[in-house]
Design a protein around this ligand. Structure first.
Ligand code: TXA
Ligand code: MG
Length: 334
């Protein structure tokens, strides 16, 4: 199958609708990362996403809808704080989990009685969702556990020949996946940190928790149990306090004839002295550049030496979560 990369216009959108209506898969731009979408009502279409990605069967998908779609058709019991959050931050990089009405394919939520719903703000995503006028089940458009895609080219690199169409909206401005927020309780609870931060949620909802899995418990968001975002090269991971060890590690790799690269915030190490993949200076820059740098690193480096930024809170919560998961420091089993 030939994979076409097209920007969204009358012709490509019609093509996208035909593919989706026939149970096929269309990759599309969002403001966070590219998604791999299929009709959420169709069992076979949803199952084919899992097969294509090599995604574990217990890791549920997000249903994407356009901004005028009535979410009440799909979910129940939307609490007042969630309505306020939706007014403040949607369309945007915030996914909200509610009790499901069981209207979409049972494969979307992998047997959970909840459904994750997202209204992306990307113009490409909006016109695509409007054209199909269906909830679109979509994970990030990467092979399972690989780095998420932030350009159409990244999607092509993972799925060329396997999908007919990528709706190209350029580079993703957000760069890390949406915040996943459990809205089934009295207080909203972050299952996955992202660009809509805990502080932003607490400001509107009054309070906001971070989900922490208790020992032995099945994680509320099954995706949390997997190592993710891993670049396909050797990696080493240091905190900012371990800079000397990081430099030693880099020099040892060079001594062995390897080609190490640092991955770190701008200005930490001299790019005249070392090969540096810079993440920029602020948390938003780091979010926007992280996945592109990880993919660049796996192409160029024999060893990627990552140095964890020092900042905490706000958007850094999401950036650090992706850092630790990419470099395998998380405590969950994979
Ligand atoms: O920004 C994003 O959210 C991107 C773009 C394409 O929209 N999508 C994305 O999807 O990151 P995916 O499949 O890579 O991650 C979805 C996350 C997983 O961690 C999954 O476990 C969680 O959302 N999730 C989905 N449905 C859930 C549910 N009903 N309850 C709890 N967690 C859920
Ligand atoms: Mg993903």
């Amino acid at each position: 199958m030939k994979t076409h990369i097209l920007s969204a216009d009358g012709e490509s959108l019609l093509q996208a609708k035909q593919i989706i209506d026939a149970g096929g898969i269309v990759a599309f731009h969002t403001e966070t990362v590219y998604g791999l979408g299929a009709n959420a009502f169709c069992d076979e279409a949803v199952q084919s996403i899992f097969a294509l990605k090599g995604r574990p069967a217990d890791n549920p998908l997000i249903a994407h809808v356009h901004k005028d779609y009535d979410v009440g058709k799909l979910v129940d019991k939307i609490p007042p704080y969630a309505e306020k959050l939706a007014r403040a931050y949607l369309p945007g990089p915030l996914t909200m989990v509610y009790p499901s009405k069981g209207k979409v394919s049972r494969f979307v939520s992998c047997g959970l009685d909840t459904l994750a719903v997202r209204v992306p703000s990307s113009e490409t995503a909006q016109v695509f969702l409007k054209e199909v006028d269906l909830p679109i089940a979509a994970p990030s458009a990467n092979r399972s556990r690989h780095v998420s895609p932030v350009t159409a080219r990244h999607v092509y690199d993972d799925f060329a020949g396997d999908i007919p169409l990528i709706l190209d909206g350029g580079a993703c401005s957000g760069g890390i996946e949406s915040t996943v927020l459990d809205c089934t309780g009295e207080i909203p609870m972050i299952l996955r940190a992202g660009l809509v931060t805990r502080e932003m949620i607490a400001e509107i909802a009054g309070d906001c928790l971070f989900y922490e899995k208790c020992a032995g418990e099945r994680p509320k968001s099954p995706g949390m149990a997997y190592k993710h975002y891993a670049p396909g090269c050797r990696t080493a991971y240091f905190t900012s306090d371990e800079l000397q060890n990081a430099v030693r590690c880099y020099l040892e790799e060079e001594g062995r004839g390897g080609l190490p690269y640092f991955l770190c915030r701008e200005g930490l190490l001299s790019s005249a002295e070392y090969r540096v993949l810079s993440l920029g200076a602020c948390a938003e820059d780091m979010a926007r550049t992280l996945y592109a740098r990880l993919r660049e690193g796996e192409r160029k480096a024999t060893l990627l030496v990552a140095i964890e930024p020092k900042e905490r809170g706000g958007v850094m919560d999401g950036v650090l979560n992706r850092f630790t998961r990419a470099f395998g420091r998380e405590t969950d089993e994979t």
